[in-house]
Write a protein that binds this ligand. Structure first.
Ligand SMILES: Nc1ncnc2c1ncn2[C@@H]1O[C@H](COP(=O)(O)OP(=O)(O)OP(=O)(O)O)[C@@H](O)[C@H]1O
Ligand SMILES: [Mg+2]
Length: 215
C-alpha cells in the first residue's frame, strides 16, 4: 500500500493531511460534516490520493470512517488497498443484497466500499433514491463517510453526488489545473446545489522553510 499517511506518518505531507482533517472538523462546529465528496475539475489531479489519505487520517484520530469509491468510471481505491472492485457500490445500488459489503482495511476504524462492476450509466446510477438510502445506511455505521468521485468538468457524477452530501472538497493541482476548469467546476457544483467546503492543493512545490523546520 503506498499511502504516505501509513508509510511515512511523520512526513510533511502526512502533516498536511492532518491539517486538512482539522480544518474540515472546524469548518462547521454546529453541523459537523458527516458525508464529504472529494473531486477535482479534471483527471489526474490527485482526488483519489487525497481522499484515501484523508480517510486514513480521520480513522487514525479514532473516528469510524468509511471510504467509498464513487468513481465508477475509473475506480482506483481498490488498487490502493489491494482489493478487488467487487462486491461493491454498484452491486448494492442494483439491489443485489441489503448487507453493506464493507471491507476491513489494515487501518483500525477504516472500512472500504469498493466501486463494484462498471455500469454502462454511472450518472444514472448515482442519481437514484436507492443511493440516498445507501448514504443513509453508511452514515448510520460511521462518524464520517468519504466519497471519491470522477472529475467535475467532464461528467455530471460528482455534481449529482455533491448535492446528496454535506460538503464537497475540491482538489486543485498546482501548475496543472487550468484556471477556467477550476472556475467551471465551481459553477457546476454550485448550480447542482453542492456545498464546496474547501480546496486542497496538490502537487505544490516544496516549501523550503517548512521542510527545514520539520527536518
Ligand atoms: N499531493 C500530491 N502531490 C503530488 N502528486 C500527487 C499528489 N496526489 C497525487 N499525486 C499524483 O498524481 C497522480 C494522480 O493521482 P490520483 O490517482 O490520486 O488522481 P485522480 O485525480 O484521482 O485521478 P483520476 O482522475 O484518474 O481519478 C498520481 O501519479 C499521484 O501519485
Ligand atoms: Mg481517482
Amino acid at each position: 500500500m503506498s499511502l504516505i499517511t501509513l508509510t511515512d506518518p511523520r512526513s510533511p505531507a502526512s502533516e498536511a493531511y492532518r491539517a486538512l482533517r482539522t480544518n474540515l472538523q472546524f469548518y462547521s462546529l454546529d453541523h459537523p460534516i458527516r458525508t464529504l465528496v472529494v473531486t477535482s475539475p479534471a483527471p489526474d489531479e490527485g482526488k483519489s490520493t487525497t481522499v484515501a489519505n484523508l480517510a486514513v487520517t480521520m480513522a487514525q484520530s479514532g473516528r469510524r470512517t468509511i471510504l467509498v469509491d464513487c468513481d465508477l468510471r475509473r475506480p482506483s481505491l481498490h488498487t490502493l488497498f489491494s482489493r478487488q472492485t467487487e462486491p461493491g457500490l454498484t452491486n448494492l445500488v442494483l439491489g443485489e443484497g441489503d448487507e453493506l459489503p464493507l471491507q476491513e482495511t489494515a487501518v483500525p476504524d477504516l472500512w472500504l466500499l469498493t466501486s463494484g462492476p462498471k455500469p454502462p450509466n454511472p450518472a444514472d446510477l448515482l442519481n437514484t433514491r436507492r443511493l440516498d438510502q445507501i448514504i443513509e445506511q453508511l452514515t448510520a455505521r460511521a462518524d464520517i463517510v468519504l466519497f471519491d468521485a470522477p472529475p467535475v468538468v467532464a461528467v455530471t457524477d460528482a455534481a449529482i453526488l455533491g448535492a446528496k452530501v454535506d460538503g464537497v472538497l475540491l482538489v486543485l493541482s498546482a501548475g496543472k489545473t487550468r484556471r477556467d476548469h477550476a472556475e467551471r467546476a465551481k459553477e457546476m457544483l454550485e448550480k447542482a446545489k453542492a456545498r464546496i467546503v474547501g480546496v486542497a492543493l496538490t502537487n505544490a512545490p516544496k516549501d523550503a522553510s517548512v521542510g527545514d523546520y520539520y527536518g
